[in-house]
Ligand binder design. Structure first.
Ligand SMILES: Cc1cc2nc3c(=O)[nH]c(=O)nc-3n(C[C@H](O)[C@H](O)[C@H](O)COP(=O)(O)OP(=O)(O)OC[C@H]3O[C@@H](n4cnc5c(N)ncnc54)[C@H](O)[C@@H]3O)c2cc1C
Length: 442
């Protein structure tokens, strides 16, 4: 049995690994010529921006590739305690900080993908065919039998196809050519812009944090930023701005934007830091979900994964983690496969539950901006936002509430877990005095 995975990004590589125990061969078809090592390539322009791998994502990747975290560290990633060593300026102020087992592996997206690629492509069942663009599918409305490539007449035969071609996936068009009806979809776009660049970490950096995150907060804080350490003693800094506040590529604007943030913590840190890269911007940050699980007449052997099925506003850093959770689900569905059932439909129904967590939190947050496309927020969403703002206020004083917030942020617990009685009580009757662990030096 041969599986063909379209796209060799994070979702494609993880899907290939997930399939190795269940098929005879996996062919990964990637449009870019894949580099040796962590080199920028045109198919993943987002690699120039900060990529945080959440605890959930790391856990899922470790299931598929045990030792991945150790490989990342060996390649130069910086490990730190997310809750103790990250200063988070939430809508109400600095979140409480305290030791926890939540680890973050500070690394560029290029390094993460390169470590992943090195692991996956050495598997004896995996063939990575790079520099080849997929142009269509062969088959009918019930079964895909192959994949058409650019400038080649002979398709690649496939028993199972996984679309992991990312945000720009053309699978809907390819399926329409086979006669499949369109897949329902939703778009929620807060029009967030990114501008990113890397800096050398100065020797004189004395702040008591390793990473700093100034969150966007509707409706009064349309500017935010993240600074985090990555391999090579570097910081990556991504500026975040909503609509008219989207940061630009202009040299002088970068530091002016940083100085306009509601806290000077990042501006102080950058005072003596040397920029190492040009400024790179993107506006491609909208949430878009394809409800494949609700589609009629989809091929039973076509799986869609990662950004190809749902892309999420990256300020919540959930894309790689939901892709990884989808890949481990794929392995699970292969293990528990029953003859005569619709494999793809079963997979997509279960994937929808994973996607729901991420989609609910990103879209609820994004819909709190009055300018968001896909709105307005429903009364229930407005209520959730108001309650979440109270939770953030409580999280500046209570380590327990901050921990509950971080668990949701890291996709370890669903958003509804913030309604647990212990969190509700602390939120509505917050402690009178801030704990010493919340102290912050910028
Ligand atoms: C600005 C920005 C910041 C982000 N920050 C974070 C973050 O902090 N944390 C996080 O978890 N996620 C983040 N993300 C999201 C993350 O990049 C993706 O969710 C994640 O990489 C999963 O992507 P994927 O593998 O589905 O798609 P991609 O990584 O986009 O890979 C798709 C692959 O398919 C290939 N391809 C496309 N078309 C074809 C074709 N026709 N034939 C063959 N190959 C093709 C492409 O070349 C590419 O290699 C961010 C995204 C953006 C835009």
């Amino acid at each position: 049995m041969r599986a063909v995975v379209l796209g060799g990004g994070i979702a494609g590589l993880l899907a290939a690994q997930a399939l190795t125990d269940h098929v005879d061969e996996v062919v990964v078809v990637e449009r870019d010529r894949l580099p040796e090592g962590p080199q920028q390539r045109s198919g993943v322009p987002q690699s120039a921006h900060l990529h945080a791998l959440l605890s959930r994502g790391l856990r899922e990747i470790e299931q598929l590739l045990p030792g991945f975290a150790a490989d990342l560290v060996a390649a130069g990633a910086r490990v730190f305690d997310f809750s103790a060593d990250t200063a988070i300026y939430n809508p109400s102020g600095w979140g409480a900080r305290f030791p926890s087992p939540l680890r973050i592996y500070g690394a560029s997206r290029l390094l993460m993908e390169s470590v992943l690629r090195d692991r996956v492509r050495t598997h004896p069942k995996v063939e990575v065919s790079s520099g080849r663009a997929v142009e269509g599918l062969v088959g009918d409305t019930t079964t895909v039998t192959g994949v058409r490539l650019h400038a080649t007449h002979t398709p690649i035969d496939a028993d199972l196809v996984v679309d992991a071609t990312g945000r720009g996936s053309r699978a809907d068009r390819w399926l329409a050519e086979l006669g499949c009806p369109p897949v329902p979809e939703a778009v929620v776009d807060a029009h967030v812009g990114y501008a990113s660049r890397q800096y050398d970490i100065p020797e004189r950096h004395t702040a008591d944090w390793h990473a700093c995150y100034v969150q966007l907060a509707a409706p009064h804080r349309p500017r935010g930023a993240v600074l985090a350490p990555i391999e090579g003693n570097r910081w990556i800094v991504s500026l975040l701005g909503v609509k008219a506040h989207r940061p630009t590529r202009a040299e002088g604007d970068f530091l002016n934007f940083v100085r306009s943030l509601p806290t000077p913590a990042i501006a102080h840190a950058l005072t003596n830091a040397t920029p190492l890269t040009p400024i790179v911007t993107t506006h491609a940050t909208g949430n878009r979900r394809r409800y494949v699980e609700h589609a009629r007449s989809q091929p039973t052997n076509l799986i869609r994964l990662g950004d190809a099925v749902c892309n999420l506003n990256p300020v919540y850093a959930q894309g790689m983690s939901t892709a990884a959770a989808g890949a481990t689900l794929l392995a699970h569905c292969c293990r528990t496969r029953r003859n005569g059932t619709d494999f793809a439909a079963r997979f997509h129904r279960q994937l929808a539950r994973i996607t729901d967590w991420a989609w609910q939190s990103t879209t609820a947050g994004d819909l709190s901006w009055p300018t968001t496309e896909g709105g307005p927020a429903t009364p229930v969403q407005r209520l959730i936002t108001r309650y979440t703002n109270h939770v953030f206020t409580s999280a500046t004083k209570s380590p327990q509430v901050q921990r509950a917030v971080l668990d949701v942020l890291h996709l370890l617990r669903p958003p509804r877990s913030l309604l647990a009685p212990s969190t509700v009580t602390r939120t509505l009757w917050p402690p009178l005095r801030a704990p010493r662990t919340g102290a912050h030096r910028g």
